[in-house]
Write a protein that binds this ligand. Structure first.
Ligand SMILES: NC(=O)c1ccc[n+]([C@@H]2O[C@H](COP(=O)([O-])OP(=O)(O)OC[C@H]3O[C@@H](n4cnc5c(N)ncnc54)[C@H](OP(=O)(O)O)[C@@H]3O)[C@@H](O)[C@H]2O)c1
Length: 280
C-alpha cells in the first residue's frame, strides 16, 4: 500500500483531516465501490460523499474491503436537504451510518443552508446532538455564507469545523475564506477544477507547460498552497493518479497570483443564498 505524502490540517476540535481527498459526486452507485477502491489503492485516505449522491453504500464497501485500518481513513458525508427538521436530521444520520456500514464518520456536514426552506440553526442543534453522541468526530457545514455562519455562532455552541464551498480559479472566494479563517473554520474547496472548465484556460495551460505538470495538477496545487482542503473527483484511473501527484513540485508567487487573478466570481453550481432545492 502506498505511503501517503498528503499533509493534514488540524480542525478546530483537534481532529486531523488529510488536505487532499477523493470526491464521489456523480459517480454512479454501481461504480462507486471500484472508483473508491482505486483511490484508496493510489493512496487517498479521505473520501467525500453525501446522502444526496446516492453512493454511500459503495464508499463503505470499498472502505471495509480495503483492509486499511479505519483510523487511517477520513470519511465525510452530508445531511441531505429533505432532512433539516431536527428529528429527521438525527434519523438521517443513523441511516447514513447504516448505509456506509461503518461505526462512525469523521465529518458530517449540513449540505446546504436552504435559507427559505428550513431553519438551519435548529438543524445545527441536532448536529451538535450527534456530535455529543460520539459517532461523528467533527461537524461542519457546506455552502454557508458569512451571514449564515454568524447566526450559527450567535445562537449555538459548537463552531463548525469546516465550511465546504465552491472554489476554483474562476471563483476564488477570498472574502468567505478570510471569514472562515478568522473564525477557525477550515475551508474545503468543492469542484476544485470547476468540473474541468478551468483546465483549458490559457493561463492554466501556460503555467502547466512551464512547470511540466498537467493543468489539473497546477490548479489542485494552487488550492493546496492556499491552504484549502480539496477532493477532486474522477472515474478515470490515470486522472485519479495524476490528481494525487501534487507534492513533487511547487508554484511560485507569480504563478499563484496569476491563477488567483482568473477570478470572475463565476459559479458552476447553485448560489447558496437562492438554492432551496429539496429532492423528491
Ligand atoms: N458540498 C457541495 O455542495 C458539493 C458540490 C459539488 C461537489 N462537491 C464535492 O466536491 C467533489 C469534487 O467536485 P466535482 O466532482 O463537482 O468536480 P471536480 O472535481 O472539479 O471535477 C470533476 C470532473 O473533472 C474531470 N477530471 C478530474 N480529474 C481530471 C484531470 N486530471 N484532468 C482532466 N479532467 C479531470 C472528471 O472527469 P472523469 O471523472 O470522467 O475522469 C469530472 O468530469 C465532489 O466529488 C464532491 O465530493 C460538493
Amino acid at each position: 500500500m502506498t505511503t501517503t505524502p498528503v499533509p493534514t490540517i488540524t480542525l478546530n476540535n483537534g481532529v486531523e483531516i488529510p488536505q487532499l481527498g477523493f470526491g464521489v459526486f456523480q459517480i454512479p452507485p454501481a461504480e462507486t465501490k471500484d472508483a473508491t477502491a482505486k483511490a484508496l489503492e493510489v493512496g487517498y485516505r479521505h473520501i467525500d460523499t453525501a446522502e444526496m449522491y446516492g453512493n454511500e453504500e459503495g464508499v463503505g464497501q470499498a472502505v471495509r474491503a480495503s483492509g486499511i485500518p479505519r483510523e487511517e481513513l477520513f470519511v465525510t458525508s452530508k445531511l441531505n436537504n429533505g432532512f433539516h427538521a431536527p428529528e429527521d436530521a438525527l434519523a438521517a444520520f443513523e441511516v447514513t451510518l447504516g448505509t456506509l456500514d461503518i461505526d462512525y464518520v469523521d465529518l458530517f456536514l449540513i449540505h446546504w443552508p436552504l435559507p427559505n426552506v428550513g431553519d438551519f440553526v435548529e438543524t445545527w442543534k441536532a448536529m451538535e446532538h450527534m456530535y455529543e453522541g460520539g459517532k461523528v468526530r467533527a461537524i461542519g457545514v457546506s455552502n454557508f455564507q458569512p451571514h449564515h455562519l454568524n447566526r450559527l455562532m450567535a445562537e449555538t455552541t459548537v463552531i463548525p469545523a469546516v465550511n465546504q464551498i465552491e472554489i476554483h480559479p474562476y471563483l476564488t472566494q477570498d472574502a468567505l475564506r478570510a471569514f472562515d479563517r478568522e473564525h477557525e473554520i477550515a475551508t474545503e474547496a468543492w469542484s476544485p477544477i470547476a468540473q474541468g472548465k478551468v483546465l483549458t484556460d490559457p493561463v492554466v495551460e501556460r503555467i502547466a507547460r512551464r512547470v511540466e505538470q498537467s493543468p489539473a495538477q497546477v490548479v489542485l496545487r494552487w488550492h493546496i498552497q492556499r491552504g484549502d482542503i480539496v477532493f477532486p473527483k474522477s472515474v478515470t484511473a490515470e486522472r485519479v493518479e495524476e490528481n494525487f501527484d501534487l507534492f513533487g513540485f511547487e508554484l511560485g508567487d507569480a504563478d499563484m497570483s496569476d491563477l488567483s487573478s482568473l477570478n470572475k466570481d463565476e459559479r458552476t453550481g447553485p448560489d447558496p443564498d437562492h438554492f432551496n432545492y429539496i429532492p423528491e
